[in-house]
Design a protein around this ligand. Sequence first.
Ligand code: FES
Length: 176
Amino acid sequence: MAQAQDQLPTPGTSNTIVPEKVREGVDLEINGRSYRHTGDDQMPLLWYLRDVLRLTGTKYSGEHGEGGYDLVLVDGKLASATNLPVVKLAGKTVTTVEGLAAADGKLHPLQQAFVDEDAIGCGYCTPGWLMASLDLLNRHPQPSDNDIDQLPNLCRCGCQTRVRRAIKRAAKGAQA
Ligand code: FES
């Protein structure tokens, strides 16, 4: 017994006790502004945007992002914000729907095209459509109907046809 006690580590010197790492925070850029998140670094981006930054354009889209209501761009690529932990965004740039309009409030050409084609019903799906459309136009400046129909977005108000027209209008405007 005495020998077993002798083997116990001296308090404060045990290499089995690992001090908790100092939480320094996650630095990321959202819509051109720098942020440091010092809370739970596993927090999904969706809730960081909505509950911490109050950027509520990105919408809840089901447990796995079904419907595409939660889409954002991360380093210019389309991503679902639902299951994307903030820690994975360290040093990256995020663009949400709030980042599309110009600083003076002028709508992004895609936003304007959605307005012009009356492609907005209740509006719940619109931010997701805009982000997916932006990504599509970056990859295919003149998308076909099929390209547009492949987008992951759902619209329960039945705006798909008008959304398709809006995307094509924006594409045409960019070409002119
Ligand atoms: S505009 Fe209502 S869900 Fe699309």
